[in-house]
Design a protein around this ligand. Structure first.
Ligand code: FAD
Length: 389
């Protein structure tokens, strides 16, 4: 293999390059990125950048030392066997890494709506988060909650409009999500649940019910779609992202996919997973690079992510199923630090969510990895360390 092309200059892209070099690849590497920036981290965009604590989140990776040809401001448009089509012409490859991430979903309407995916999005939104500004955030998911946190801290009058019956209902289910409802009120944020947005207008939102939410700034945080439209019509199989096996191989030879755009087969959970979180973009490239280099590597992680909202550190590890049983550790009404464990029918830990209880997530992730059985009664006792359950 002489030439590897990496498409997508985000974290998964740059990590793929590091992994290829670490794995002994000495051939040419070209990095194609639609944005005009060197790879940067996105988690701080909704945290430190919005809060005004930093302006740059560039990934600490020496692309010059890695001997990479950088093609920024260049988008991939199509793929044939061995040839990548880009806005700047065609490029032949022997190996290809697809790492094009995801793009935010927008609402209907003529009014201006901010989304939060790029550094430009974050810097533009930050300028508008001024004291007294009426900010309507659509979606009480991870991004919506973090934007509301920053906007409230900036002195804005914040309303969060959520279609579900609780915050984080899609990610965690309404029973767990409802334990975070108080956080909004305490931060002075108005939370409107069960409210569907019809359109974004020049002066705010119109809800499906006909009610209006007046706003100077509208931020849409209702999720993302994998950025794979450019692969339509190619031989790469798509289904909620790029379909890959446990080696991160696509349906096209010598083409792998990683990060937010990859939908991989998890041996551990017997399910297809597409995880839009930082840890996946960080770790999966090791497997993808090894696969390209002809090794038998398998990607089979216990997924992990975190969110910082309303002064709380929220962490999650594992993969929960609708049938898993929820066990609370601690009482969220009395104690601000609590966790939830999801147990399978045979008392194995499927997933753990923690609020300001970092030990539970560290121990829980190891337990999910080990697949060992737990005693549910001990799990329900927050005073017992999870590793001793
Ligand atoms: P991306 O970072 O999206 O990079 C993909 C790159 O590919 C982009 O630069 C894009 O422009 C480029 N691209 C797309 N299409 C093309 C094309 N056709 N041709 C060339 N280039 C293309 N995760 C957590 O675990 N915890 C957090 O607290 C957290 N906070 C977040 C906050 C924000 C605001 C955002 C947006 C994400 C957050 N995440 C968080 C998620 C995490 O940042 C992502 O999972 C991670 O960035 C995915 O990396 P990636 O390289 O797969 O994709």
């Amino acid at each position: 293999m002489d030439h590897v092309v990496v498409v997508g200059a985000g974290l998964a892209g740059v990590r793929s390059i590091e992994a290829l070099r670490a794995g002994g690849f000495t051939g040419r590497i070209t990095l194609i990125g639609e944005e005009h920036h060197r790879p940067y981290d996105r988690p701080p965009l909704s945290k430190a950048v919005l809060l005004g604590e930093t302006d740059s989140t560039v990934v600490d990776s020496d692309l010059d030392a890695l001997d990479v040809r950088l093609c920024l401001g260049t988008a991939a448009k199509g793929l044939r066997d061995g040839v990548l089509e880009t806005t700047e012409g065609e490029l032949e490859y022997d190996g290809l890494v697809i790492a094009t991430g995801a793009t935010p979903i927008r609402l209907r309407g003529e009014g201006r709506q901010h989304v939060l995916r790029t550094i430009e999005d974050a810097l533009t939104l930050r300028e508008r988060l001024v004291p007294g500004a009426r900010v309507a955030v659509v979606g009480a998911g991870w991004i919506g909650a973090e934007v509301a946190t920053a906007a409230a801290r900036a002195g804005c009058a914040v309303t969060v409009v959520e279609a579900g019956e609780s915050p984080l209902a899609v990610a965690l289910g309404p029973a767990v999500g409802s334990h975070t409802t108080d956080w909004y009120a305490r931060a002075g944020v108005e939370l409107r649940l069960g409210a569907m947005v019809g359109t974004v207008d020049a002066d705010g939102l119109t809800l499906m019910s006909g009610a209006r939410v007046p706003a100077d700034v509208v931020v849409t945080g209702i999720g993302v779609r994998p950025a794979v439209d450019w692969l339509k019509g190619s031989a790469v199989r798509l289904d909620d992202g790029v379909v890959v096996d446990e080696h991160l191989r696509t349906s096209l030879p010598n083409v792998v996919a990683v990060g937010d755009c990859a939908n991989w087969w998890s041996r551990r959970f017997h399910a297809r997973l597409r995880v839009e979180h930082w840890d996946t973009a960080l770790q999966a490239p090791d497997t993808a690079a090894a696969t390209l280099l002809g090794e038998e590597a398998v990607y089979d992680p216990v997924p992990y992510f975190w969110s910082e909202q309303f002064g709380h550190m929220v962490q999650f590890a594992g993969h929960r199923d609708a049938g898993d049983r929820m066990v609370l550790r601690g009482d969220p009404r009395r104690d601000p630090k609590w966790s939830v464990c999801w147990l399978t029918a045979d008392d194995r830990l499927a997933a753990v969510l923690t609020v300001d209880r970092p030990r539970d997530v560290v121990q829980g992730r190891k337990i999910v990895e080990s697949g060992r059985r737990l005693d549910p009664l001990r799990v329900a006792d927050a005073a017992v360390a999870l590793r001793d359950c």
